[in-house]
Write a protein that binds this ligand. Structure first.
Ligand code: PHE
Length: 363
């Protein structure tokens, strides 16, 4: 047996040293060390030998195997080096060739880019950015926001409800949020006052025409603390209007109604196409504001005390939202609406068709 082992060993070493490529070497590894190779088979037979033989033969076989393994490793390393050298010599780059033309570079979609710009404006005013769920409950979307039980927005024709079994009555029923305002409640549940947050996100309503798409984006704002008034709201939104539409802009508030703010207002920005005059230099009527001099940009108001009362006091928001102690304002703006005004694009659907020829013009 010792002779057999010696002959396998010398045969293997000659073959390995002569291997001309990594693949040839791999074939040799299988041939000499693989499961069905002679040496491993021999090793398995060692335990059937007499005590005197077993030690000697076993040692010889193990040594032979270790040497073959080491030789394969050494040869593999040498082959890898020479194969790499060969490839580098063959594939040397010609640095005098012209470079590849640059690939088309992508960019953020106009709605994403504008959302980030708006976030940045409010971050600059000390706000934090929060996001929240698009699938909401009736509780957060309507009840906690002081909607009367018969408010028309609750109607099946104005809200996408989700057909799913829920527990906890009508308030637990699921829907696609119709506005980002439910995040006012979630933000107050999670954080104590003073609170200054903006919440961008998708919202859903069953509307579809040139100025309404079933899915669109809003940026909600909420500021709560002691002694925050409507004057603070106006100053904040004036800063926003000037950052987005130009430093000459003015804002005006018109009375309105929302269930969750009192008083509620609609906020107009002076028209940037005609500088608020309503007509252009040549005397024609301004097409953007239709001669009004003002553009409606968002809804807002002072947070209704009933909304504060709907926020439970918890460890997370201690000292809580006592309407006798804290006041605040909120607003909600349609991001597509801001984009339509700013870029003069009258059809909302263009934003969602994702025709690159359109989107490229707004980069
Ligand atoms: N959620 C309202 C809407 O979608 C906008 C709004 C937000 C109004 C916050 C007042 C305060 O129309």
């Amino acid at each position: 047996m010792i002779e057999q082992i010696e002959s396998i060993r010398s045969e293997a070493l000659v073959a390995i040293r002569g291997a001309a490529s990594s693949s040839e070497l791999e074939a040799l590894r299988v041939r000499f060390l693989g499961r069905k190779a002679r040496l491993p088979l021999l090793l398995r037979e060692v335990r059937m030998l007499s005590d005197a033989e077993r030690g000697k033969v076993g040692r010889a076989a193990n040594e032979a195997r270790a040497q073959i393994e080491a030789e394969i490793e050494a040869r593999a390393h040498a082959l890898r080096v020479s194969e790499l050298d060969e490839r580098l010599a063959r594939e040397r780059d010609d640095l005098t060739l012209p470079g590849d033309p640059p690939l088309a570079v992508g960019a953020a979609h106009v709605i994403s880019a504008l959302t980030r710009e708006l976030e940045d404006i409010f971050i600059g005013l000390g706000y934090s950015v929060l996001e929240g769920p698009e699938i909401e409950t009736v509780h957060y979307n309507f009840d906690a926001l002081n909607h009367s039980p018969t408010h028309p927005a609750r109607d099946e024709s104005d809200t996408f409800y989700i057909d799913a079994e829920t527990h906890g009555g009508e308030g637990a029923r699921l829907l696609l949020r119709t506005h980002t305002s439910p995040m006012q409640i979630r933000a107050m549940e999670a954080h104590p006052p003073p609170l200054f947050v903006v919440i961008p996100g998708r919202v859903y309503r069953p509307d579809s025409d040139a100025t309404h798409t079933p899915q669109f984006h809003q940026l909600e704002g909420l500021a709560v603390g002691e002694g925050i008034t409507l004057a603070d709201l106006k100053g904040t939104l004036l800063a926003f209007a000037r950052a987005v539409f130009g430093s000459e802009r003015e804002v005006r508030l018109r009375p309105h109604f929302f269930p969750f703010t009192e008083p509620s207002v609609e906020v107009d920005v002076s028209c940037f196409a005609c500088s608020g005059r309503g007509d252009l230099a040549d005397g024609s009527r301004c097409a953007l504001c239709k001669g009004e001099g003002w553009l409606e940009v968002l809804g807002a108001g002072e947070v209704d005390p009933n909304v504060f009362a709907a926020v439970p006091d918890t460890a997370a928001n201690t000292p809580g939202y006592d309407p006798e102690r804290v006041q605040g304002f909120a607003w909600g703006m349609g991001i597509e609406r801001i984009a339509m005004l700013r870029y003069g694009i009258p059809d909302l659907r263009l934003y969602f068709e994702n025709d690159v020829r359109f989107l490229e013009q707004l980069r």
